[in-house]
Design a protein around this ligand. Structure first.
Ligand SMILES: Cc1ncc(COP(=O)(O)O)c(C=O)c1O
Length: 402
């Protein structure tokens, strides 16, 4: 615990942590189990192309979510691209800007225009009340993103999409093992996409999945993710290579064995952070609803500069020097990144809440890499920074001008 300002690393002290703490440091399940799966894969010499591990993994997802079809894909981004293409989405699609850039890329890559819609500041998800103002004759779809694993207002999105005859899909990259009104995420819209990237609480190294209850859509996606092959030598459809490999699926099976303990750990970490941050003015950790299933994988907070004493960016600069690599997820908003900034320069006009939140948000490390002591060190440090914010800023300014 820093007792004096000079102890802060940004003012010349020793960093609180010797090694860097990352947001999204991978959770590794049972290593022996993983290695035994990998040995089987190597013994079988079946490394990819819908092998037994991928099949087992897909059936496990279907069972876990209670969904008819799970199709394991090489990563979440390609999964989005495939679902979009297989569903015949064209023209314009309404999506939030406050999310990961892949959400827009997956459309723009296929020359579909992402139209950015503002978020509800209370949920951080797309604001259903803002959607209709963006609908044009070219709009064919809405994509909600269940940010931080907290579901969109699905019921209202369903009503809007039905009223305007639009397709509704979801990016559920953050929401594996989460629910909406008691039903597992993965069962909504025409289909949903998970990311199992290494930084997600449940990982397959790289990987993702498309889940849907639509038989026709599922068989189309199965063809498309394998170059359109329907049996040997017979290509019936334009396709790409979106297949998950057997080692990734082995990691998925390993993650499944530990999913309950990963979630329990995230939940424990979440309440440790919450308990401490609740005592500090100007920092507000997101809530997870007690009546839903959550994976608690994000420690995302809003910093109110006036109350906290400094801005989110100033806080992050200090934490990074302490080897706490807190992140500005999701800054600055996709509409401020290229090519969107140049293609759609007037998006900002409709994105006031997005821009406010993008400047306040900070995500802290969690997962199995964090323990009680490290969380206490982080939260005590944040408390210290808040308490001495004015003095710290003065000292930094002095150091800057001298
Ligand atoms: C909301 C969201 N969508 C899509 C992706 C892309 O997934 P992947 O990295 O598996 O391609 C990510 C993160 O990685 C994400 O956070």
């Amino acid at each position: 615990m820093n007792q004096r300002l000079e102890d802060l690393a940004i003012l010349g002290g020793k960093p609180t942590f010797e090694h860097q703490l990352h947001v999204g440091r991978p959770n590794i399940g049972n290593r022996d189990f993983f290695l035994s799966q990998v040995n089987e894969v190597l013994d079988n010499r079946w490394l990819t192309n819908s092998g037994p591990k991928v099949n087992e993994f897909e059936r496990k997802i279907e069972e876990y979510i209670g969904v008819k079809h799970a199709i394991a894909i090489t990563n979440g981004t390609v999964a989005l691209e495939l679902l979009i293409r297989a569903a015949g989405i064209k023209g314009e699609v309404i999506i939030p800007s406050f999310t990961f850039v892949a959400c827009a890329h997956a459309f723009q890559w296929q020359e579909i225009k992402p139209v950015f819609c503002d978020i509800d500041p209370n949920t951080h998800n797309i604001d259903p009340l803002e959607i209709e103002k963006h609908i044009t004759p070219n709009t064919t779809a809405i994509m909600g993103v269940h940010l931080w694993g907290r579901s969109c207002n699905i019921e209202v999105l369903e009503q809007i999409s039905k009223k305007h005859n639009l397709k509704l899909m979801f990016d559920a990259s953050h929401a594996f093992a989460c629910s909406y009104k008691g039903k597992m995420i993965g069962n909504f819209g025409i289909g949903e996409v998970f990311s199992f990237h290494a930084t997600k609480f449940f990982n397959t190294l790289e990987g993702g999945a498309i889940v849907t209850n639509d038989d026709e859509l599922a068989s189309k996606i199965r063809l498309m993710k394998n170059f359109g092959f329907q049996g040997y030598d017979n290509v019936t459809y334009i396709g790409t290579n979106g297949k998950m490999n057997e080692i990734s699926a082995s990691m998925g099976l390993t993650s499944f064995n530990s999913i309950d303990s990963f979630i329990a750990k995230n939940k424990e970490n979440y309440y440790l952070y919450k308990n401490e941050f609740d005592k500090i003015d100007g920092i507000k950790l997101i809530d997870y609803s007690d009546s839903e299933r959550n994976n608690y994988q994000y420690i995302a907070c809003e910093i109110e500069e006036q109350k906290f004493g400094m801005s989110r960016t100033e806080l992050i600069d200090i934490l990074i020097k302490e080897n706490i690599l807190a992140r500005k997820y999701f800054f600055p908003g996709i509409h401020k990144m290229e090519p969107y900034r140049s293609l759609y320069p007037y998006s900002s006009m409709f994105l006031q809440e997005t821009e406010k939140l993008a400047n306040k948000i900070i995500s802290f490390p969690t997962g199995t890499a964090m323990d009680y002591n490290s969380i206490m060190l982080v939260t005590n440090l944040v408390s210290f920074i808040h308490q001495y914010a004015g003095e710290i800023k003065n000292k930094l300014q002095e150091a800057y001008v001298s």
